[in-house]
Design a protein around this ligand. Structure first.
Ligand SMILES: Cc1cc2nc3c(=O)[nH]c(=O)nc-3n(C[C@H](O)[C@H](O)[C@H](O)COP(=O)(O)O)c2cc1C
Length: 491
């Protein structure tokens, strides 16, 4: 059996296991490794040490300019090892990048095969929804994130990069915002890109439908500021959880389920909103009511620039950090695609599986910008299974614009194998599904905006690349003898 097919077999076995995993508590998933996996998911420093010890981190020792040069070097490593820039011009602090750009590495941090990560996250969401009162966070007065309290606020002391050539400024693009629901005081966490415009001022983006936007609207009606903390260099668990949309307040507890104990909060110095106690940096700020200033352009997850516009403004009141902090940034591309996959694939799988039990796996493929392209793998036992899976997948995740169905002998994680299936198993006359005038995600430049600018439409395409049913000998995949290279003297 060839290496490709071995991978397919293991992905099949994995799918069966994944179903089983959904039914057991997350705390039991890590088995003997629980403590280590939980620790590195909770704490960024522990995670970096682990990455270095396991050969998944390279260090750039030459001093680099945070303006364009740092991101230029990082781009060469995208999808490979993580990178630590030890010396960044104009700052005392190093910069780390690449936490999510390699799914194998993310799987190692979680202590599970990469295919299981979405199901581990889904299982933690399930545990939280079962009882939203457990895993409340303790609020510490003193913690790692306030070991140093800066006297003066100066954002320019932080090694914040300008990433892409036409970005409007230095961007914090990988920081977790904590805010309190003004009506309930419950904490919400999410990620928002923030552009530095002065030493104590940032403009930033709130997309439609965000909790942060809803709370701000309430405060703006009273012309009052909304307090927040911005947490940089947080554990992978709170980071991933803050990227899961529309869960509602208290979703930080999903991170607690992932790490196996309550996430630690920290009392802020100047605002009545907690920070993450184990963050590397905490920026305390208030969002100014009814003020809008220029933000952007910014290199977006689609590979295009989001345009400059008048957007929200915050004034920074305090900066605290660890004694030897590391700043966390990302290249908005593969890292964000993976973040979407880790939080959405299990949900899509669970939804589609109900009506198409032949479904074996779902992958939000690279190049689909996280949101727009999926491959679904099915055990085809009737002629219309591929087609059914495609339509149900579109229903399960609205932003999708392209869904490809493949058989179980195709490795859905390998774009070459998927392309091979399209080439040899689909007939454009009968296997294409075209859905016109569908809801479209407005970040994609091919989506036609509605006249009111509030939404858009797009044409979607499904490709059934499963072999015709019943399968004839013509569609038998070539296989080779399985060998162990360790048994051979090879130079
Ligand atoms: C790297 C990254 C950057 C993001 N930047 C923004 C942003 O600038 N503005 C925004 O509204 N959402 C942004 N998001 C999405 C939200 O953070 C995410 O959907 C969040 O879970 C929303 O939480 P909520 O549903 O509780 O409001 C980003 C997500 C990621 C992963």
């Amino acid at each position: 059996m060839g290496a490709g097919n071995r991978k397919v077999m293991s992905s099949l076995a994995m799918t069966v296991m994944l179903f089983f995993l959904l039914t057991i508590p997350v705390s039991e998933l890590f088995g003997g490794e629980q403590e280590t996996a939980g620790d590195r998911l909770a704490d960024f420093s522990t995670c970096l040490t682990y990455l270095e010890e396991t050969g998944n981190l390279v260090r750039v020792k030459t001093e680099v300019n945070p303006e364009y040069e740092l991101a230029g070097i990082a781009k060469k490593y995208e999808g490979r090892q993580c990178v630590l820039f030890e010396k960044v011009t104009g700052s005392d602090y190093p910069v780390f990048i690449g936490l999510l750009w390699n799914r194998d590495i993310v799987g190692k941090i979680f202590g599970v095969p990469k295919e299981q990560v979405p199901f581990t996250v889904a299982s933690a969401i399930g545990a939280w929804k079962k009882d939203k009162n457990v895993m409340a966070s303790p609020v510490l007065d003193i913690g790692p994130a306030n070991e140093v309290v800066e006297e003066d606020v100066d954002l320019y002391k932080l090694p914040v990069p300008i990433h892409a050539l036409k970005d409007g400024g230095r961007y914090l693009d990988s920081s977790v915002v904590l805010v309190k629901n003004p009506e309930t005081d419950e904490v919400n966490i999410s990620i928002h890109r923030c552009m530095i415009v002065a030493k104590d001022r940032m403009t930033f983006l709130i997309d439609p439908g965000r909790h942060l936007g809803a709370y701000l609207e309430k405060m703006e009606q009273k012309n009052m500021p909304l307090e927040i903390t911005i947490n940089n260099g947080v554990g992978l668990a709170p980071w991933i959880v803050s990227a899961i949309p529309r869960q509602g307040d208290g979703k930080y507890k999903i991170a607690s389920h992932l790490i196996g104990k309550p996430l630690r909060f920290l009392k802020a110095q100047t605002v009545d909103v907690p920070a993450l106690a184990d963050a590397q940096f905490v920026i305390e700020a208030e969002i100014l009511p009814n003020v809008r200033e220029d933000e952007g352009p910014f290199a977006e997850v689609t590979g295009y620039y989001a345009e400059k516009a008048k957007r929200w403004v915050m004034k920074v009141k305090k900066i605290t950090h660890r004694k030897a902090p590391v700043f966390h940034t990302l290249l908005s591309g593969v890292e964000v695609w993976n973040a979407v996959g880790f939080t959405a694939e299990a949900k899509i799988f669970g939804t589609v599986k109900k009506s198409v039990p032949q479904l074996k796996a779902v992958y939000l493929m690279p190049g689909g910008c996280g949101f727009y392209g999926a491959v679904v793998q099915v055990e085809k036992d009737a002629a219309d299974i591929g087609r059914k899976a495609i339509l149900e997948t579109f229903n399960a995740f609205k932003p999708l614009q392209r869904v490809i169905a493949v058989d179980t002998d195709v490795n859905l994680y390998d774009p070459v194998d998927v392309n091979w299936a399209i080439t040899t198993r689909s007939n454009p006359d009968t296997d294409l599904i075209i859905l016109q005038n569908q809801w479209g995600h407005i970040l994609n430049p091919m989506v036609k905006l509605n006249p009111d600018g509030k939404g858009g439409t797009v044409t979607k395409i499904g490709i059934d690349a499963t072999a015709p049913f019943p399968r004839t000998d013509k569609f038998e995949r070539v296989k080779f003898k399985e060998v162990d290279l360790g048994n051979y003297a090879i130079q």
